[in-house]
Ligand binder design. Structure first.
Ligand code: THU
Length: 146
């Protein structure tokens, strides 16, 4: 299913992208989005082969809505952790959508620069989607100066 080519790149085959897309569509069907009426489903492949999913969960206090990606990251961490290697999210039509800025940051923390994302324009890496991302290494830099 997943073929490692080196420390940073992994080939995700078409069948795996299709499975991720399907998992995202299923999750989208469980979204709670009565306010925006914009259900979102997200799915990610973890480096141990797990496929994890999330859906957006809105709230009558609009500002506290949880994006679908929040559910993915919660499932990742609560399921024992791991690194994200591939990610997809979809709208109500099952079309690929772009993760919002905040969720790019969430995904970056747990997938790093090599995470591959199914964007509307095709497969992109996290490094392309969030160039120059802030990350754990930036916290370490200040420790070195102390
Ligand atoms: N939404 C997500 O779930 N993920 C994104 O990356 C973009 C936006 C949700 C939040 C809100 O419930 C709805 O889409 C409309 O913004």
């Amino acid at each position: 299913m997943v073929k490692a080519e080196g420390p940073l790149t992994t080939t995700i085959d078409a069948e795996t992208w299709q499975a991720l897309h399907q998992a995202a569509v299923s999750a989208m069907g469980r979204a709670y989005a009565p306010y925006s009426r914009f259900p979102v489903g997200a799915a990610a492949l973890v480096d141990d082969g797990r496929v994890i999913t999330g859906c957006n969960v809105e709230n009558s206090a609009y500002g506290v809505a949880l994006c679908a990606e929040c559910g993915v990251i919660s499932e990742l961490v609560n399921g024992g952790g791991g690194r994200l290697v591939a990610f997809a999210c979809v709208n109500a039509r099952g079309e690929a959508i772009v993760p919002c800025g905040r969720c790019r940051q969430l995904l970056s923390e747990h997938g790093g620069a090599a995470l591959q994302l199914a964007m509307p324009q095709g497969i992109m890496t996290m490094d392309e989607v969030l160039p120059g991302a802030f990350g754990p290494a930036d916290l370490d830099k200040i420790k070195e100066n102390q």
